[in-house]
Design a protein around this ligand. Structure first.
Ligand code: DX5
Ligand code: ZN
Length: 213
């Protein structure tokens, strides 16, 4: 059995207590911490950026899984790498400089993730096969936590598993105990969960439940 990783999203956390929140997730068994960076242009919401990531880096030792929902990520990936990201994921839809973005991330010695929005076919990643370490399949429209899982994402994960047998597959959006079961069966490696972990009465139990859903 493949080990499934859980990467809780701090989007749903209390940003006034970010240090305690990140430490609590780490102590609760999070494998990675998922950091949602939004620019108000690629998505209709704004979160945080490089200085905040730098502060998060000082609070925990587990890998920081940075999900860039920003236009022209090639302009910023180096700074996010220097701020302490371990895996940098950008959106295929956010740039026409996909290969340049990949090389910049690799040049910093970081893992490369590419994400696709719900309406972008997974096959659009085929031209870049072999160049990335992880695919992030959005199972909601990016921008906000707490949305409903889009059912067709399960089929998309299966297809990704077929097309890219050697890369990690991560899913993000609307994951709870029930949807976790579906995506794990479809072959996902990493589950992102915001509300399902952050708002749980017991974060440790919530993470453990998702992992073995
Ligand atoms: C949404 C973000 C997600 C979000 C997931 O654009 O990319 O990471 O935090 O939140 P939940 O798990 O609540 O859907
Ligand atoms: Zn995310």
């Amino acid at each position: 059995m493949r080990k499934v990783f859980v990467s809780p999203s701090i989007l749903s956390a209390d940003f006034a207590r970010l240090e305690q929140e990140c430490k609590s997730l780490e102590k609760s068994g999070a494998d990675w911490i998922h950091c949602d960076v939004m620019d108000g242009l690629f998505v209709p919401n704004i979160t945080f950026g490089i200085p905040v990531l730098k502060s998060i880096r000082k609070c925990v030792v587990i890998p920081l899984d940075v999900h860039l929902m920003i236009n022209n990520p090639e302009l910023y990936v180096t700074q996010f790498a220097e701020a302490g990201a371990n895996i940098i994921t950008f959106h295929l839809e956010a740039t026409d400089k996909v290969e340049e973005t990949i090389s910049l991330i690799k040049k910093c010695g970081k893992k490369v993730g590419i994400s696709v929005k719900p309406n972008t076919p997974i096959d659009s990643l085929l031209p870049y096969k072999g160049l990335f370490d992880m695919v992030l399949i959005m199972s909601v429209e990016p921008g906000f936590g707490g949305q409903k899982f889009i059912d067709s994402s399960v089929e998309k994960i299966r297809r990704a598993r077929e097309l890219f047998p050697d890369v990690l597959i991560e899913v993000d959006g609307g994951i709870n105990k029930d949807t976790a079961k579906l995506v794990i069966e479809a072959g996902v490696d990493i589950i992102v969960a915001g509300n399902a972990v952050v708002f749980a009465d017991n974060r440790k139990e919530a993470i453990a439940e998702l992992r073995k859903a």
